[in-house]
Design a protein around this ligand. Structure first.
Ligand code: G3P
Ligand code: CA
Length: 314
């Protein structure tokens, strides 16, 4: 299905990507330096604590927004739940507050997953970008999911990274709605750097940065060419070589994915000279997991990592 979708949207997106990339490459800014050794205290080099990825024969399983079938999404509780279930890889969504702090939140509005309406009744439409980090830190991001999670907070990216480091987990970081947040790529990389997530060990094995915004992915690649990147979407096959210049992964919606499309992606090499990878989302039941596994995907992004692992580990 995907293999033949040479849509106008994809063509426009590709043109925009190439244009943005040329601009960036002409002035990518100073490279971000490695973090000082003193900042690398939480995450140290070495193998991840869990052995699940290495032991299981099956695609890498990403706990989507944490183990979000079982705990409030994009919170430290959801990270810990993924850890308790034995999962190394966690996906999240990063946006910027009004004062430029990266926070972990999926929606561009605060209404669905916090009590922002109650705490700030006069601040409609409760957009993340209109609130400071201090204001967001006052919100309850757990009660919507269940009373037992009352008091759970919206984590900053920095807090999120520290919890992952403590748990020895890895991160599939999504830059959400990049058009809303000019400069979010540089700010995100700065925090990653300060927290030790851009050292050699993390860059090699423990971090992927992805976005629906192809220009955003290209910006990350231009700023830090060593970082593994992913594009969220399913570009037409004819357009894939252009994407392979700046992204290591093509991560499409699972609906409509075909083995032919996966093979077309796999036929290409990414900017680091390795086979382009495919990790579809969001696959939450065993039958769907088996189906995409049968297509040869490299990873599966899921709210229920235990279900996917059980269905795919061979
Ligand atoms: O990681 C893939 C997936 O998160 C993309 O969709 O809307 O859940 O961020 P969304
Ligand atoms: Ca996401």
């Amino acid at each position: 299905m995907y293999a033949g979708t040479a849509t106008a949207t994809a063509s426009v997106a590709t043109a925009a990507v190439l244009g943005a990339g040329m601009l960036l490459m002409s002035n990518p800014g100073a490279p971000l330096p490695d973090a000082p050794a003193t900042l690398r205290t939480v995450q140290q080099a070495g193998p991840v604590r869990h052995a699940t990825d290495a032991m299981a024969r099956g695609p890498r399983v990403y706990a989507h927004r944490g183990a979000s079938a079982y705990a409030p999404e994009n919170t430290l509780v959801a990270v810990d739940r993924a850890d308790a279930l034995g999962f190394d890889w966690v996906e999240n969504d990063v946006q910027l507050t009004r004062d430029g702090v990266p926070v972990v939140m999926h929606d561009t509005g605060l209404k669905r997953t916090t009590n922002a309406e109650e705490v700030f009744p006069d601040r409609a439409p409760w957009a993340v970008k209109d609130f400071t980090a201090a204001e967001i830190s006052r919100l309850d991001a757990g009660s919507w999911f269940g009373a037992r999670y009352a008091g759970t907070r919206v984590p900053t990216l920095r807090q999120f990274l520290r919890r992952l480091g403590h748990n020895r987990q890895n991160l599939l970081l999504e830059i959400k709605s990049p058009g809303t947040y000019p400069g979010i790529e540089r700010v995100t990389l700065k925090v990653l750097n300060e927290e030790g997530w851009l050292d050699r060990a993390h860059v090699r094995d423990r971090l992927v940065i992805q976005s629906f915004g192809a220009g955003s992915v290209r910006t990350v690649h231009a700023l830090r060419p060593d970082v593994v990147t992913g594009f969220l979407g399913a570009p037409a096959v004819a357009k894939l070589p252009a994407y392979a210049e700046f992204t290591d992964q093509i991560n499409p919606p699972s609906a409509g994915l075909s083995g032919g499309y996966v093979a077309a992606v796999h036929a290409l090499k990414g900017p680091h000279g390795k086979k382009l990878q495919v990790s579809p989302w969001t696959v939450n039941d065993a039958a769907s997991a088996r189906k995409v596994d049968g297509m040869g995907v490299d990873g599966i992004i899921t709210n229920a990592p235990d279900v996917v692992r059980a269905a795919t580990k061979g």
